[in-house]
Design a protein around this ligand. Structure first.
Ligand code: NAD
Length: 244
């Protein structure tokens, strides 16, 4: 890693009024949660066309909930890694103002981050497909086919394929994107929309784009600084540079 470039990024962060991080599944792989495209990822074990779409859970809730129980069990045991902890520390120091995450694993919050926008929702809660009432996920896990008190089917409060992103969440994300001076883009292949277009929007508004990923992602071409390696190693070093 180019120490000089890391120092430049630290300087830009210190001079910025608004700093935002956009995170993806790659920030959580060091916590033992496979990312989307890895060999051992969720969709290598369960066919996305049978489990990933909103219609799947409506038509065959028992089958999809079987998969969800495994997934929720894995997430429950996961702990934040040094990358999540570094972002929480940056926020505490006043140098990070929001995290826009595509992740549903709650690891940013477990690390202590306060302003986390969950673009794809979360697995802490279940939501009723009929009346939209929210329950803690544990309520749903007690039933074989989880149902709301109104009789409606429950699903995790996360976006399935074929579902829209909440309007409020999107508006909030766009607000931070349009106004930030620095955007850190961490552990995302930048292939899933609309998250994938946020870095380009931030760049159009003159933000400095910093790519932190294991390998070049779809935003490599527009990044002002790129650091290729483990987020759990790069981000703690960045925090040390900021503290200098
Ligand atoms: P992705 O799987 O498409 O891309 C992850 C990127 O992170 C890859 O480019 C990979 O090279 C990189 N990466 C892997 N390990 C890394 C590390 N230690 N340090 C730095 N980079 C690393 O993920 P995506 O772009 O977030 O899109 C996938 C979709 O799947 C999203 O919607 C996401 O919500 C969802 N998902 C979430 C989780 C989670 O909540 N943890 C896990 C899997 C998938």
């Amino acid at each position: 890693m180019e120490r000089r470039n890391l120092n430049e990024v630290a300087k830009a962060i210190k001079n910025a009024k608004l700093v935002v991080a956009l995170t993806g599944a790659g920030i959580s792989t060091e916590s033992g949660i496979p990312d989307f495209r890895s060999k051992n990822g969720l969709w290598s074990k369960f066919d996305i066309n049978e489990y990933g779409y909103i219609d799947n859970i409506i038509k065959n809730p028992e089958k999809v909930w079987e998969m969800l129980r495994i997934l929720i069990g894995n997430l429950k045991d996961a702990r934040p890694n040094p990358a999540h902890i570094a972002l929480a520390e940056m926020e505490k120091l006043g140098y990070l103002h929001a995290i826009i995450t595509q992740n549903v694993d709650s690891l940013h919050q477990k690390a202590g981050s306060k302003n986390v926008i969950e673009l794809h929702g979360n697995f802490r809660e279940a939501v009723c497909l009929k009346c939209r009432r929210i329950y803690p996920i544990e309520y749903a896990l007690k039933q074989s086919i989880p149902r709301c008190e109104c009789g409606g089917l429950l699903k995790p409060n996360a976006i399935f394929f074929g579902e829209p992103i909440s309007k409020d969440t999107l508006i909030k994300s766009l607000g931070y994107t349009e106004n930030c001076d620095v955007m850190l883009v961490i552990g995302t292949s930048a292939m899933v929309y609309p998250a994938a277009e946020l870095p380009a929007m931030a760049k159009q508004n003159r933000a400095i784009i910093v790519e932190i990923n294991k390998e070049p992602s779809m935003i490599a071409g527009i990044a002002d600084h790129s650091f290729y390696g483990k987020a759990g190693e790069i981000l703690p070093e960045l925090v040390e540079e900021i503290k200098v």
